[in-house]
Design a protein around this ligand. Structure first.
Ligand SMILES: NC(=O)C1=CN([C@@H]2O[C@H](COP(=O)(O)OP(=O)(O)OC[C@H]3O[C@@H](n4cnc5c(N)ncnc54)[C@H](O)[C@@H]3O)[C@@H](O)[C@H]2O)C=CC1
Ligand SMILES: O=C(CO)COP(=O)(O)O
Length: 341
């Protein structure tokens, strides 16, 4: 991994990452180039093994930098960032965010950043709404999102992310902490837009993977990505996001990456569906979270409630939850009435 020598790099901080999956670990590795980082995961034995091997089995072959240590426990991870300037990063899937935040209630919490991309399955809430429900308004928080496969970040390849927060101080803290070397960090005040882009692109990646798996060609792929972006934008604007956010890294950027890159777990779900595999088999073989699956259901319901047209998302949800065949999904999309672009 390349050493961070950027002139923008801020002073060393204490950072704790809660969640030792692929992405939490990759972010921890990147930040440990110049900060003291503790990594915590809910599986203590797995975490201990990572500490001994100095790598995460999700990211084989990438050795932890010296300043990345595994936490001796949850309390140790919180104590590490208790001083002013500490940064806490929640790196679990959306399904784990509420319970993780609940375990922070009543504790002294510094700035909090979350990495998950999706809507909560049962409530249809975005991550920042979950944070607000559980921790209240007093905690400064933000979403770090953008086109970023964990393997590439663990390898130290260049990437650009966006920190979205209503708090200028939090945005500045994250830029100071993470911007530099091979990582560029932009800032945005549009939490809703950033979170909607990151969530819905996962559903579109399932659609694109299925289309590619069925051999429908590059024209169909480009059409799905472009009309998918229109769909994401319609929902995001209806929820209060800004149109221009969807043209940026966390909208179009992440959509392109996830729909076209075979490192994407969501895209691989679509490829598996096209092969006729059952969803539970695909998810088990993946061995990682595929946020587009629960998100498709949450978004279908939310869009229906808001009266937002989301034909691709509805077609994906039909395949995932109603037993529709991927071929039916394509036929349904093609048979829609013509409309103005
Ligand atoms: N892997 C990637 O390249 C990127 C992932 N993300 C997002 O980051 C989030 C986490 O993804 P990954 O780390 O890649 O997933 P992963 O599947 O590699 O790891 C998930 C980790 O979270 C833990 N976990 C699973 N369910 C949990 C729950 N209910 N409560 C607490 N912990 C739970 C697992 O034990 C595992 O350590 C997802 O929302 C994903 O969309 C964002 C950008 C890049
Ligand atoms: O969000 C990601 C890249 O930005 C990772 O996408 P997948 O979860 O589909 O692998």
């Amino acid at each position: 991994m390349q050493e961070n020598t950027s002139k923008h790099a801020g002073a060393a901080r204490k950072v704790s990452v809660l969640g030792a999956g692929a992405w939490g670990t990759a972010v921890a590795m990147a930040l440990a180039q110049r900060h003291d980082v503790l990594l915590w995961g809910r599986n203590a034995a797995a975490l201990q093994a990572m500490g001994a091997a100095r790598e995460n089995p999700y990211l084989p072959g990438y050795t932890f930098p010296e300043r990345l240590q595994v936490a001796a426990g949850f309390d140790a991870a919180l104590a590490h960032v208790a001083e002013p300037g500490g940064l806490l990063i929640a790196a679990c899937p959306v399904a784990g965010l509420r319970p993780l935040l609940q375990s922070l209630q009543g504790r002294q919490i510094p700035n909090v950043v979350w990495l998950c991309k999706g809507f909560e399955y049962d409530t249809g809430l975005l991550p920042h709404q979950i944070v607000r429900e559980v921790l209240g308004d007093a905690v400064a928080g933000g979403a770090l999102s953008g086109p970023s496969f964990a393997q590439e970040v663990a390898k130290g390849l260049p990437c650009a992310l966006t920190i979205a927060s209503e708090s200028a101080a939090l945005r500045a803290c994250v830029v100071e902490t993470a911007h530099g070397g091979n990582m560029r960090v932009y800032s945005s005040e549009d939490l809703v837009g950033v979170e909607v882009g990151g969530a819905v692109k996962n559903v579109l990646a399932i659609a694109t993977g299925a289309a590619d798996g069925l051999g429908l060609g590059l024209n169909a792929r480009a059409a799905l990505i472009t009309r998918g972006l229109a769909e994401i934008t319609r929902l995001g604007v209806a929820l209060g996001g800004k149109h221009e956010t969807f043209m940026g890294l966390t909208g179009m950027g992440d959509l392109i990456l996830t729909c076209t890159g075979d490192l994407s777990r969501n895209r691989r779900v679509g490829l598996g569906l096209a092969q006729g595999k059952a969803l539970d088999v695909i998810v088990q073989e993946l061995g990682h979270v595929a946020e587009g699956v629960p998100c498709a259901k949450a978004v279908r319901e939310l869009a229906a409630k808001l009266g937002v047209e989301m034909p691709i998302t509805n077609a994906v949800a039909g395949v995932l939850f109603d037993g529709d065949q991927p071929q039916t999904m394509v036929a349904r999309l093609l048979s829609r009435d013509p409309r103005g672009e």
